[in-house]
Write a protein that binds this ligand. Structure first.
Ligand SMILES: Cc1ncc(COP(=O)(O)O)c(C=O)c1O
Length: 391
């Protein structure tokens, strides 16, 4: 047992961690994890736990993948840091961009790196406003998002998050956010097709109400962990994309969780048969061994950024740690491993067992229902259910 383990008289007045009860954090020692082995993590008392959600749906290759550790060490020795900005970069970053372009769910994707999922999402909305500003559509700033969704912790992403706890108490500005329903299930007797039509119509009405000339994008997770892994009904994204196309509204997917095989396809976009204008990615991109995220943009969308850059002589957006060479080397190795081990095929091979295992839980008296799609799922317990139709 570690000598740093503290017991009942624990008092913490130095550390603050989010998504926690801060009073409890002062008085009660949090769970302290000191090691990892495969799908297990180990706490300071030596107890091991199966990390059933891969720690925030991140550690796709488990907690002890030595090839990733070695990739980081090699890059640290070769060049531990150099920024990718001001017309400079490093080879590993170029290689990673090429690799992502090759597997992107849209042709000839252009790749911009950031550090976290929130930051990639934030950058994407900033890019949207920029591109629209230089394409004669400066008023197209509003973004349609869904109740229950989660897109990150920056001010802009909190504003686009669909849970009231995220923004009400922080006084987050919401002027550019438009909320529509999450696909949580058809009404009794409605039928799937009619349900999808209703949801697509809701998006149309939202655009009409806001004024089509003010709406820039529709932004959604292919499947939202925050909204309880509600699986979109057949045709949902296609019909919404059709409405977006009609109104010149960009269609963006937040693939921070759903990328790299989680859905049994490389991307959620492919799982649901839709081609987005842009996606964002993080987490599984490096199996989260190093922080790195990316925005993948269609050629057509990127042309708007180039236009603005032509007018200004440069594109005034970057970050010191964007495309940091060490996370980039780890991400590149992660993608190589996914390829070598045929990770998407592997996920597909696990699905029958996973589906059977989660379904069995429905026999439990406390369980109302279960859902699953790809290697993800949710168990809904009997009792009050969170209402996703308001914020
Ligand atoms: C769908 C989705 N988007 C964005 C984010 C934010 O990513 P990060 O925590 O890396 O900022 C998360 C985090 O869990 C997420 O689940």
């Amino acid at each position: 047992m570690s000598s740093s383990v503290r017991g009942a008289n624990y008092h913490n007045d130095s550390l603050m961690i989010g998504f926690s009860d801060l009073r409890k954090l002062s008085n009660e020692r949090p769970l302290v994890i000191t090691g990892g082995r495969g799908v297990f993590v180990i706490d300071e008392r030596g107890r091991d736990y199966i990390e059933a959600v891969s720690s925030f749906y991140c550690a796709a290759l488990g907690f002890s993948e030595q090839e990733l550790v070695e990739a980081a060490i090699r890059q640290m020795r070769a060049l531990p840091f150099y920024p990718s900005a001001s017309h400079r970069t490093v080879p590993v970053v170029m290689e990673l961009a090429e690799k992502l372009q090759a597997i992107a769910p849209m042709p000839k994707a252009r790749v911009a790196f950031a550090t976290t999922g929130s930051e990639a999402n934030d950058s994407l909305i900033k890019f949207l406003w920029y591109a629209n500003g230089y394409s004669g559509k400066p008023r197209r700033r509003k973004v349609i998002t869904r109740y229950g969704s989660y897109h990150g912790g920056t001010i802009a992403m909190t504003a686009l998050g669909g849970g009231s706890a995220l923004h009400r108490s922080f006084g987050i500005p919401m002027d550019d956010s438009i909320f529509v329903s999450h696909p949580t299930g058809a009404a009794p007797g409605e039928g799937e097709e009619a349900y999808v039509d209703r949801l697509a119509e809701e998006v149309r009405q939202a655009i009409e109400k806001a004024g089509p000339e003010t709406v820039g994008a529709f932004f959604a997770e292919p499947i939202s962990t925050a909204a309880g892994w509600s699986v979109p009904p057949k045709g949902y994204f296609q019909k919404i994309k059709k409405v977006c196309d009609e109104y010149g509204v960009r269609f963006f997917l937040d693939e921070v969780v759903t990328g790299f095989g989680r859905t049994g396809h490389m991307w959620g976009a492919q799982a649901f048969g839709v081609t987005p204008d842009c996606i964002t990615s993080a987490k599984g991109m490096s199996s989260a061994y190093q922080p790195i995220s990316a925005v993948l943009m269609s050629e057509d969308f990127y042309a708007g950024l180039e236009k603005g850059s032509d007018e200004n002589g440069w594109f005034a957006h970057s970050g010191t740690y964007h495309a940091h060479p060490v996370p980039a080397a780890v991400a590149l190795k992660t993608l190589e491993i996914y390829e070598k081990r045929q990770i998407v095929k592997h996920v597909q091979s696990l699905l029958p067992l996973w589906q059977k295992s989660i379904k069995v839980l429905e026999d439990h008296p406390l369980v109302a229902t279960t859902r699953n799609f790809g290697l993800g799922g949710a168990v809904e317990f009997k009792g009050p259910v969170q209402n996703l139709s308001h914020i």
